[in-house]
Design a protein around this ligand. Structure first.
Ligand code: NAD
Length: 311
């Protein structure tokens, strides 16, 4: 299968590496020139916990340098870069191209529908992780999974083909009959743990040990749930809180600093807040649902971005 990875940072490189190893014809697209050059000269440097570092030959290019129509395009930019990426990959999309979006955050199907017909679009979530350690270098650990679904009802067969292709590469994919629920639940995990750990400069286990955590979770999740209901998604508050609570266990992912902490506090980069708490605040406002807590969290994260990011 001819696959382009649109945005080949940490996650895109992981997926590209695994899909090529399974025999697919993969190209890594990215607009970070140094990264593309490093991959083309030294190969993609892959460090897997407990194994020797590998240098894997995978073609890499700027998105505008590739012209041929792809069978599958997997998008892995950050949320705020999705629209610009879709614009630049238009020539690679044919009638039968399957475009897959597994980004964190809410509202992506709506964005993609501005560029593509519904039958080309497949959305979902992934629990895989990856780290980018320098141009052309990724670090991988742990396992993960993918859940995805077609946007157009008639494209279910195509979604099942994607699931088979991803699973054949060891990516543990499943077809979801209600992927919007999974997307909302993951966004709610990120909108509580990521946002709070970034603002409070702590890891997940530390947050879980505070006496305020229960009331913080209750007010954030209640607003997520009220806005989810306007999209016909049933994000039950007690069940969602119980799902988040189990993540505080230090023997699970507890001592881990979430990616928003890494972006904002450690690397001084912009965050995906507008697609998490910011989405809930914005849609709540449009639809007459009070969302003051998510509005405040969004403002605080943007304020911190302004403080730490050099203009
Ligand atoms: P990243 O920043 O490492 O990678 C994004 C890449 O896209 C960068 O290399 C950037 O240069 C490239 N890019 C952005 N706009 C572009 C454009 N217009 N043209 C070409 N290239 C462009 O991000 P990531 O950590 O791989 O995350 C990608 C998505 O996956 C995010 O939504 C994130 O929340 C989600 N996610 C990440 C992880 C993780 O462990 N890293 C886990 C689950 C989900």
């Amino acid at each position: 299968t001819k696959i382009a990875i649109a945005g080949s940072g940490a996650m895109g490189s992981r997926f590209g590496y695994m899909l090529q190893a399974a025999g697919n014809d993969v190209v890594l697209l990215d607009n970070w020139v140094e990264h593309v050059q490093a991959i083309n000269t030294k190969g993609l440097t892959v460090a897997i916990a407990g194994q020797d570092v590998q240098h894997v030959q995978i073609p890499a290019a700027l998105p505008t340098a590739i012209k041929d129509v792809q069978d599958v395009i997997i998008i892995f930019t950050k949320s705020m870069q999705l629209g610009a990426m879709l614009q630049s990959i238009k020539p690679l999309i044919g009638e039968k191209t399957k475009v897959v979006c597994l980004l964190n955050g809410l509202g992506h199907p709506e964005t993609i529908e501005r560029y593509l017909p519904k039958h080309n679009i497949f959305v979902g979530i992934t629990l895989w992780t990856a780290g980018l350690t320098g141009p052309g270098e990724i670090s991988l650990s742990g396992s993960g999974s993918v859940e995805l679904q077609n946007v157009a009802p008639e494209a279910k067969g195509a979604a099942e083909e994607l699931v088979a292709m991803l699973s054949a590469a060891g990516l543990h994919a499943t077809y979801s009959a209600d992927v919007l629920f999974s997307i909302w639940r993951k966004a709610c995990v990120n909108g509580t743990l990521n946002s709070l750990c970034a603002l409070l400069d702590c890891n997940i286990a530390q947050l879980g040990r505070t006496s305020q955590v229960n009331s913080l979770l209750a007010s954030i999740v209640a607003e997520f749930s009220a806005v989810a209901a306007t999209e016909a998604v049933d994000l039950d508050v007690p069940t969602t809180i119980a799902h988040i609570d189990q993540l505080f266990d230090p023997t699970q992912a507890g001592e881990h600093y979430p990616s928003m902490h890494q972006d904002l506090i450690q690397h001084h980069r912009l965050t995906e807040i507008d697609y998490l708490n910011g989405y809930v605040a914005r849609k709540g406002q449009e639809r007459g649902i009070p969302t003051p807590v998510n509005q405040l969290i969004t403002q605080l994260v943007h304020t911190k971005e302004a403080l730490v990011i050099e203009k």
